[in-house]
Write a protein that binds this ligand. Structure first.
Ligand code: AHR
Length: 312
């Protein structure tokens, strides 16, 4: 917008001049809440005026929000895209209005010239890390896995499934016996796990739960406990995000492993944006965040303490 342009001419672009629209998915998980908090904090620290829109899990709401940001003439738009497809038209509108778009935490299926960059983890790798952990933990034992998938059509659900399947591919003793979406929420994770337990003869033959995020794992843990099962010991639990609550579950011996996803996607996004607006520095199309495995031997209590005040 005009303010950013003026600042450029003055040779001292200051972020305080920027107005940025942020189309957030909603608040399905503890991780999502932390991402929202961190993004708002990052904006505040940099003097960015952040226009926040909560899409309540609906892509149509996100598209409307983005059109609204374009109409307002914001300097840039951040989108955490709920699903991977269906973005081309609105991204072209942003491009025609000369408004750079940065994707946060999820990838999309669209030509990459339609956005400036995407700040995400390698979600196939996350699934692979989770699967590799399970392969190591079960050895030669027959293992029936219950998979709780993320939101259908979202890049993390597609990719975390793929990576996990790659990890167990050479291990015919490990099979995904049931797989269903739990929409990344605790409530649905619990509900789906209850139905899996019923369908699996009270859960006695279940060897492991692989949840695409910690919140669904926490819901599943609840369902297992209510059914008299022992998550963390009789049934292994591996998931993704590394939110504080999964470390409490680990501390109690009820969860085994998680792959960390940083909620700070906005920091690298604003860095890239500020450099781009200042002197045209073009960032790489993908700014990849780290994926670190935590297990019960990593002092879960201490990790919990270190994370609990970070906006989750
Ligand atoms: O896109 C990231 C995923 O979305 C997180 O892993 C999950 O918790 C969130 O809902």
């Amino acid at each position: 917008g005009a303010a950013a342009l003026l600042a450029t001419f003055a040779g001292t672009v200051s972020a305080s001049a920027l107005t940025v629209g942020f189309s957030q998915i909603g608040s399905e998980s503890g991780w999502r809440a932390a991402e929202t908090t961190v993004t708002q904090q990052q904006a505040k620290d940099r003097g960015v005026d952040l226009k926040f829109a909560d899409a309540q899990q609906k892509q149509e709401n996100q598209i409307k929000a983005v059109r609204g940001f374009i109409a307002q003439g914001v300097d840039a738009i951040l989108i955490a895209p709920v699903v991977a497809t269906g973005w081309d038209a609105v991204l072209k509108e942003a491009q025609e209005a000369d408004i750079p778009v940065i994707l946060l935490d999820r990838q999309i299926d669209a030509p990459d010239d339609l956005y400036l960059t995407a700040v995400t983890s390698d979600q196939v790798h996350e699934g692979k890390v989770a699967g590799d952990w399970l392969v190591g933990a079960v050895g030669d034992q027959e293992c029936k896995v219950m998979e709780l998938q993320g939101t259908t059509g979202s890049s993390p659900a597609i990719n975390r499934k793929k990576g996990f399947e790659e990890a167990i591919a050479g291990h015919p003793n490990i099979t995904i016996a049931r797989s269903q979406t739990g929409d990344f929420t605790r409530t649905k994770g619990k509900e789906v796990m209850e139905s899996f337990i019923k369908a699996e003869n009270g859960g006695k033959d279940i060897c492991a739960v692989y949840a695409h995020n910690d919140d669904m794992a926490v819901g599943a843990i609840q369902a297992m406990k209510e059914a008299g099962l022992k998550p963390g010991s009789d049934i292994k639990v591996v998931s993704i995000d590394a939110v504080p609550d999964i470390f409490l579950a680990m501390e109690n011996g009820e969860a085994n492993a998680t792959v960390e996803l940083t909620p700070n996607m906005a920091g690298p996004a604003f860095d890239a944006l500020e450099a781009y607006l200042k002197d045209g520095t073009v960032p790489p199309k993908w700014i990849q965040t780290e994926s670190k495995l935590y297990t019960a031997s990593d002092d879960p209590k201490a990790v919990y303490e270190s994370k609990k005040d970070l906006g989750y």
